[in-house]
Design a binder for this molecule. Sequence first.
Ligand code: AMP
Length: 291
Amino acid sequence: MRVIVGLKEMLAWANKMRQQGHRIGFVPTMGYLHDGHFSLIERARQVDDIVVCSIFVNPAQFGPQEDFGRYPRDLARDESLTEKAGVDILFCPRAEDIYPDGFKTRVSVESLSGKLCGRDRPGHFGGVTTIVAKLFNLVKPHNAYFGQKDAQQFVIIRQMVEDLNFDIQLHMLPIIREKDGLALSSRNKYLNDSERKAALVLSRAIKQARGLFERGIRTAEEILAGAEAEIAKEKLARLDYLALVDMASLEAVKVIAGAPVLLAMAIRIGGVRLIDNTIFNEENLWKTTWN
Ligand code: AMP
């Protein structure tokens, strides 16, 4: 595995690989890697013959009161794990190279970026789309892999790729969870024992909603009420939002019909903000919504 820091080096390498006819798979991350990230790397290894993983804690996607400074970082560990996982290039650019003095451009996907997490985190998705656009231009991947854990992020990046004509195939892979249901996240490290227990309320709320759906319930009112009641049982949890939205437009739906619908939520436990989601009618996702 080669570690690349410089932007010119990354670009030169990507151009060379493309000239030689290689297929580049790309997994962008903020590091402190866990099995959620490795599931993306694993898929990239199956599909592409070259795998690039980037690690960049992107200052542009954190608000002034958010956790940029204390976001967990362990590059030595990430380096040894990515090497074992079969990554070819670990791309770890420097913030001063990504955002040099005089940097003025921002890529922002309108409307979608202001919904759900975008309401609680103004500017967040603009930061995400700006860095992802830059990384796509530097890594020049044929395929890029993202987790459903950040489903809204995927919907927004997908829109950006379509609107800006990036010639990249996007993949969204399932949420990897701990045995007890908690979705893996680098931010889980912030939780103490009682907060870790309380965090299970997210997957419990999802289970409750899925149970209602499986029993034939289709109205947003009933499904959201079921999930909300579950969340209300946990005294340490404060709900940021809980929403049932169309997977393409992220607009609220009243009834789950045939189209894919996203149940998304964010809660705060102590100072930690956690998200989780599930998709109803997922089998129709690539057939209907996204084709
Ligand atoms: P992050 O390092 O948190 O920016 O995440 C990098 C990529 O890993 C994103 O596409 C995330 O959606 C994905 N990811 C994070 N957690 C999980 C998880 N538990 N399961 C699957 N993918 C995940």
